[in-house]
Design a protein around this ligand. Structure first.
Ligand code: PEP
Length: 257
């Protein structure tokens, strides 16, 4: 995958099936993008009907998680094959809410990325430091640890199918976004780390190829600041993706920057 613009909406545990259908009908009708890949990740239960409501390829479907096993006795889990059946082409992996509330670790993130790649689903790997880590100058080491864990024993040809979202935990859902200097600096660090992780085949190349997004209280007012950063290719948006007008405007901003 080469670098391109992305706008990804993470709906978390919001919107029923009916509301999802209503949103998508309305949103797809008005969306006018040519260079931004727009992805919406509704709840698992909405994916099937969402895949039927969408009429074109302009809005792609994402999942918010994936089981690391392909099938079997894993109560409550959703496999990659099931996601594929719902036309899911992207999957958020390692979101901080999953790390914080559901015991997600660097190891399970790695297994989920591998499950995505087995199914041809593009993983959207979330990395980011907590407020404590930022205040104690631990941001770099946290990001490095998360990247090393996530990409462990993943070949470079596979790694380049991943998107990495820099999501400072303290900025998610708080209304307190990072500033563009902070976001740009960590995005650059992510590129550097990936180039170190994958030196032999690609050298700098993989770090330059991979798409890096910013997420954390991104909205229509601050979006262009992030999108203007050299190392940021798009946005992962929670709250502002729940409103048709805001998400359309964000898509428009992505197109114009
Ligand atoms: C998210 O959940 O990935 C996110 C970025 O949320 P918000 O935009 O609401 O901060």
């Amino acid at each position: 995958m080469s670098r391109q613009k992305y706008l990804i909406g993470n709906w978390k545990m919001n919107n029923t099936i009916a509301k999802t259908e209503q949103f998508l009908l309305n949103f797809e009708k008005q969306l006018n993008t040519s260079k931004t890949t727009v992805v919406i990740a509704p709840s698992f239960v909405s994916l099937s009907s969402a895949s039927k409501v969408l009429k074109s390829d302009r809005v792609k479907l994402g999942a918010q998680n994936i089981a690391w096993e392909d099938s079997g006795a894993f109560t409550g889990e959703i496999s990659g094959e099931m996601l594929k059946e719902c036309k899911v082409t992207f999957c958020i992996v390692g979101h901080s809410e999953r790390r914080q509330y559901f015991g997600e670790s660097d190891e399970t993130v790695n297994k989920r990325i591998k499950a995505c790649l087995r199914q041809g689903i593009n993983p959207v790997l979330c990395v980011g430091e907590t407020l404590y880590e930022r205040q104690h100058n631990m941001t770099n080491q946290t990001i490095k640890r998360q990247l090393q864990g996530a990409f462990d024993s993943i070949a470079s040809q596979q790694a380049e199918k991943c998107i990495v979202a820099y999501e400072p935990v303290w900025a998610i859902g708080t209304g307190m976004s990072a500033n563009e200097a902070q976001a740009g600096q960590v995005a650059g660090q992510i590129r550097d780390c990936l180039s170190v992780l994958y030196p032999s085949l690609y050298g700098q190349e993989i770090g330059q190829k991979i798409c890096i997004l910013y997420g954390g209280s991104a909205n229509t007012k601050n979006a262009s600041l992030f999108l203007n950063c050299a190392d940021i290719d798009g946005l992962l948006v929670g709250g502002a993706s729940l409103f048709v007008d805001d998400f359309l405007q964000l898509a428009h901003i992505c197109e114009s920057v």
